[in-house]
Write a protein that binds this ligand. Structure first.
Ligand code: ZN
Length: 165
């Protein structure tokens, strides 16, 4: 939650915490965001709907836009998409393992399993809920993905396979 990034009193950013959690370009964007004077509670907002509520309709529309634009819709330019993708590959996802490495949590164990390290690969491919999603979708991968691979390594291997087709 955003309020966790503010110092006590909620009137200024906790600069050290923000710098510890985010990439440099994101730190600049966050710290340049003005803090509201009101004391309203944080809430999740889906930016693709006027009312801010998540809908499958807007998600499908977004997917179609991305597909039609060759993967770049939703971003003002491909540089932003590239930066976001690079950040994801470099561990920007809020996993317990990344929080543990930054000394924010006491352990890096997935709370769903209680025994596996919660890395991006674990969350996206091997945790119970993600395996349910993968098993119910019709997408088949050209190689067997291993949990020991890094996210970037996995994407690179898949890209090589897809480009070879
Ligand atoms: Zn898990």
């Amino acid at each position: 939650m955003v309020c966790e990034l503010l110092k006590e009193g909620g009137k200024e950013w906790d600069i050290e915490l923000v710098r510890g959690l985010f990439l440099k370009q994101d730190v600049e964007a966050i710290l340049s965001t003005p803090i509201s004077e009101s004391v309203a509670m944080d809430k999740m907002v889906w930016a693709k709907e006027k009312k801010g509520s998540f809908t499958m309709r807007s998600t499908c529309r977004l997917a179609w836009e991305v597909e039609a634009a060759g993967g770049n819709a939703g971003c003002s330019d491909s540089t932003k998409l590239h930066r976001a993708w690079r950040g994801t590959c470099n561990g920007i996802l809020a996993t317990k393992d990344s929080f543990f490495c930054r000394k924010i949590t006491a352990n890096n164990i997935c709370e769903e399993h209680g025994r596996h390290v919660e890395t991006a690969m674990h969350l996206l491919c091997f945790c119970d809920r993600s395996t349910e999603v993968w098993s119910s979708c019709k997408l088949s991968l050209p190689i067997k993905v291993l949990e020991s691979w890094s996210f970037l390594d996995t994407i690179s291997r898949l890209q090589i396979c897809w480009e070879a087709k």
